[in-house]
Design a protein around this ligand. Structure first.
Ligand code: ASP
Ligand code: MG
Length: 429
């Protein structure tokens, strides 16, 4: 891949730079030089850009100072301005280096979405203006994280962190050779280097594992971006905008996993909360009634445990996890259904975290669970919940135990390296 890109063949490349890579004027100029380098190597370059630094958060705060409950349409109008600013600024910086660059909003770039403000999905991309700018030999800059609704024609945003998705979707629509996602770390690591200093760099990883990692809290790539990349088979190169080191290629993997470690990575997530419904009648249909209630409130659940109480016959406790942001809503919905379902009470706990081990190797190797749980036991960590997929085992633990659990698993599966991973800036978003 990388070799091919160096042999003087003209490639179409989409590059995405995140907020921490364009935090101020100096960094915008640095990104401009990087983009120009790629152009000078003879490639066609399309850049997708995020809002500067914490702009999206700041704009959201501002909205909340002006209005208790800003309308989603206006919030999207406001938030999309963040990406528009950095796109225009980057184009100016590139122009100053003597190159032609043109910036476009998501709407101008042809990013057509659903009408769900704040969480719109890309339906189609009609990149006519981009391809004609590329034909003019221009460098194209596209404001990430935004599009335009097919039905209402209003400006939409694609959800927090979704510039990654814009980049991959554009790469697919433009039939780009690959998509480069520039971030503040040198790619994907076997664990968050902020927690495990000896986390290893992963040179290449398949879509399946990357998808599980993103879903398990690894923040390096946005979940929907990985889903998109897998569906459209877009090779993604995740790398640092602060160094020239090769990053991580997320791409189709050959079946040959001979030298692959059993576990590829340990991920963690602190964004969930646990809800426990106490005293649920142990009868047919109780669980269905509970999760119907949650589904109707449009809340995604993750891990579930049910415990039949031995000293209180006929009743059980059911716990599940959901995003912290949805706790109040979930509790309210359950309280309303309390009489109908017949449970005693509902309690919530936000002091929990999830730790996951991920690896395609576990499909064919027994004993992964035993090793993982053994490592947690040795570290004195209590497992509160469990969930698994074919290539992932996740546990819910107390929030205070998350870091230690990640380190224990990382060591147990032989992933520790002596070298310290570099963290350049930001929070890994
Ligand atoms: N600026 C947006 C956000 O912070 C989109 C992105 O950075 O990908 O969520
Ligand atoms: Mg991001």
């Amino acid at each position: 891949m990388i070799e091919r890109a160096k042999q003087g063949v003209k490639l179409r490349i989409v590059q995405k730079f995140g907020g921490s890579s364009v935090a101020d004027a100096e960094s915008i100029k640095r990104v401009a030089r990087r983009v120009v380098n790629t152009k000078q190597e003879g490639h066609e370059v399309v850049v997708v850009i995020s809002a500067m630094g914490d702009t999206t958060d700041e704009l959201t705060d501002l909205a909340l100072q002006v209005s208790k409950d800003p309308r989603p349409r206006e919030l999207d109008m406001l938030l999309t301005a963040g990406e528009r600013m950095s796109a225009a600024l980057l184009a100016m910086a590139i122009n100053d280096l003597g190159f032609d660059a043109r910036s476009f909003t998501g709407s101008q770039a042809g990013v057509i979405t659903t009408e769900a403000h704040g969480d719109a999905r890309i339906i189609d991309i009609t990149p006519g203006r981009i391809t004609s700018a590329l034909e003019d030999e221009d460098i194209v800059i596209v404001a990430g994280f935004q599009g335009v609704s097919q039905t209402t024609k209003d400006v939409t945003t694609l959800g927090r962190g979704a510039s990654d998705t814009t980049a991959v979707a554009l790469a697919a629509a433009l039939k780009a050779h690959h998509c480069e996602i520039y971030t503040d770390v040198d790619g994907v690591f076997t664990a968050d280097p902020r927690i495990v200093p000896g986390a290893r760099h992963i040179p290449e990883i398949g879509y399946e594992e990357m998808l599980e990692m993103a879903a398990s809290g690894a923040k390096v790539l946005h979940l929907r971006c990985v889903e998109y990349a897998r569906r459209e088979r877009v090779p993604v190169h995740v790398r640092s905008s602060f160094s020239d080191k090769p990053g991580t290629w997320v791409m189709d993997q050959k079946e040959d996993h001979m030298e692959k470690p059993l576990i590829s990575a340990v991920a963690h997530d602190r964004s969930e909360a646990k809800i426990t419904i106490v005293g649920v009648p142990d009868t047919v249909g109780s669980a269905a009634a509970i999760f119907d209630t949650i589904a109707e409130a449009d809340i995604n659940i993750d891990m579930i445990v049910q415990n039949v109480s031995t000293d209180r016959p006929g009743v059980t406790d059911i716990s599940f996890t959901c995003p912290q942001a949805n706790v109040a809503q979930a509790v309210e919905a359950l309280e309303e259904a309390k009489e109908k379902i017949g449970f005693t009470k509902v309690v919530s706990n936000e002091e929990i975290g999830k730790v996951s081990v991920i690896g395609v190797g576990m499909r064919t190797h027994p004993g992964v669970t035993a090793k993982f749980f053994g490592a947690l036991a040795a570290a004195g960590i209590n497992i509160e919940m469990i969930s698994t997929s074919e290539i992932r085992i996740s546990v819910g633990v107390a929030a205070k135990d998350v870091d230690r659990a990640v380190r224990a698993a990382h060591t147990a599966f032989g992933l520790d390296s002596d070298e310290e991973a570099t963290v350049y800036a930001g929070t890994g978003r």
